[in-house]
Ligand binder design. Structure first.
Ligand SMILES: Cc1cc2nc3c(=O)[nH]c(=O)nc-3n(C[C@H](O)[C@H](O)[C@H](O)COP(=O)(O)OP(=O)(O)OC[C@H]3O[C@@H](n4cnc5c(N)ncnc54)[C@H](O)[C@@H]3O)c2cc1C
Length: 415
């Protein structure tokens, strides 16, 4: 049958579909719950996309259009939601036509991620109107043409929060400040420069919102406090900001319902799937990519990963061996996580590990170690949690890592 089903028609799903076709897979179906393809890109009207993939600076919708063109002719079922994927790769869907099931030989999950809401971080204070996640506010402004407030305070310095600080000002609003709980920002440096510094918006590191005030059912201001090294609010450091809207940019979490339903193992750190070098989950023939696997900094990186995954899915469909038994990758010494979480002992070729550090560090080597011996390293003058790091090992070094009993990715200080 050789049938590939891709769930999610965002950048990762579309890039996977186009690449799978280039690799010779003939029967491909992309399923997207929204009425149009493109995923989160459709609400990102700012530029900054596509610098690596298309060597051009594009807006989100322009980038989506490019990807759609590359996938032209591939069967795409829009306005169709996947309800479950079974370990036998049957895919249960619902659309206005009703419930139906597709049978596949391989499935790539590319469902993206969701934003952490207020309830997940427990901000005290009034339960009133005027609290939005940054992505919801972005959709309201850029898709629905509705301005959610006039004077904003932003909690969390993730990329969406930074982009929305600029967007609110360009749309005629005011922004008091961006508060970040950690002593460093989780956003890209270029976004701090272009979205905050260029507009004179203060970034309050080691600060959080400790109270919300309301008037007539609508937010009327927030109290912001400094936090100590244990992230506890410091008494006496409170400052009140009058505003009508609080935007939350406090983290993204991979969508995991379909993975859980299929019985795939999850990674407690990335909160996405645990995968091997082919980006195959613990369920045979079920692959996972993009923000559903781990939250990416750039759409280009999600697409690159999806293209790699599609090549592996094509090999899987052609009956090629997965490459032997699994070997776990351990992250220590300041490395928060690495993907893939497992290597295949018998796999061949170069190896690309994607990872993030736990906190900002200077003058370090990211070191790949096989049984205590360094086989590869990459120097970083500065490494920050907001920027994904890539460790690409050439074939011979990758082979040493794959053969090791203990595989460790760690940080080593420059002497
Ligand atoms: C506000 C914001 C600003 C950003 N700015 C930039 C930037 O400037 N430059 C940059 O390079 N990157 C940027 N990014 C990151 C980039 O958009 C993401 O890395 C990229 O969109 C991830 O692609 P994805 O395909 O994994 O997920 P998504 O784009 O989220 O696509 C997932 C798709 O899956 C669909 N789906 C989910 N569940 C189901 C289901 N059960 N059935 C059917 N379909 C389903 C969704 O509807 C969606 O269309 C930004 C992201 C955000 C949120």
């Amino acid at each position: 049958m050789n049938k590939l089903v891709i769930v999610g028609g965002g950048p990762a799903g579309l890039a996977a579909a186009a690449q799978a076709r280039r690799c010779g897979v003939e029967d491909i179906t992309v399923i997207e719950r929204d009425k149009c393809l493109g995923g989160i890109l459709n609400q990102c009207v700012h530029s900054g996309f596509g610098l690596h993939m298309f060597k051009q600076e594009l807006t989100g919708p322009e980038y989506a259009a490019r990807l759609e063109k590359e996938a032209e002719g591939i069967k795409c079922l829009t306005s169709t939601t996947v309800l479950s994927v079974k370990p036998d790769k049957s895919v249960e869907c619902v659309s206005e036509k009703g419930l139906f099931t597709l049978r596949a030989d391989a499935v790539i999950l590319a469902c993206g991620c969701r934003e952490r809401p207020r309830g997940a971080i427990g901000i005290p204070g009034a339960r009133c109107a005027g609290v939005y996640t940054a992505g919801t506010a972005q959709k309201l402004i850029n898709i629905n043409g509705v301005m959610p407030g006039k004077k904003f305070f932003i909690l969390g310095s993730g990329d969406i929060g930074l982009i929305m600080a600029r967007r609110a000002i360009l749309q005629g609003g005011e922004v008091c400040a961006v508060a970040e709980l950690m002593p460093f920002s989780s956003g890209l440096k270029r976004n701090i420069a272009q979205c905050l510094d260029d507009f004179g918006i203060p970034l309050l590191l080691s600060h959080t919102v400790t109270d919300i005030k309301e008037s007539g059912g609508r937010l009327s201001g927030v109290t912001v406090s400094r936090v100590d090294e244990k992230l506890r609010p410091v008494p006496g450091s409170e400052r009140f900001y009058e505003c009508d809207t609080l935007l939350l940019s406090v983290g993204l979490i991979p969508e995991t319902e379909l993975l859980r339903g299929a019985g795939a193992q999850l990674d407690p750190v990335t909160q996405g799937a645990r995968v091997d070098e082919r980006m195959m989950t613990s369920v045979d023939g079920l692959f996972c990519v993009g923000n559903m696997l781990h939250v990416h900094d750039l759409a280009d990186n999600a697409c690159k990963e999806a293209e790699e995954c599609a090549r592996f899915a094509a090999e899987y469909l052609a009956g090629e061996s997965a490459g032997g038994e699994l070997a776990a990758v351990e992250c220590t010494g300041g490395v928060r996580y690495a993907v893939p979480q497992f290597l295949r002992r018998g796999a061949r070729g170069a190896l690309s590990l994607k990872l993030r550090v736990a906190s900002e560090v200077k003058n370090v080597y990211i070191s790949a170690q096989a049984d205590g011996e360094e086989v590869y390293s990459l120097f970083r003058r500065v490494a920050a949690p907001g920027e994904m790091e890539y460790l690409t090992l050439p074939e011979e070094k990758a082979a040493r890592l794959r053969a090791a009993r203990k595989i460790v990715i760690t940080l080593r200080a420059k002497q």
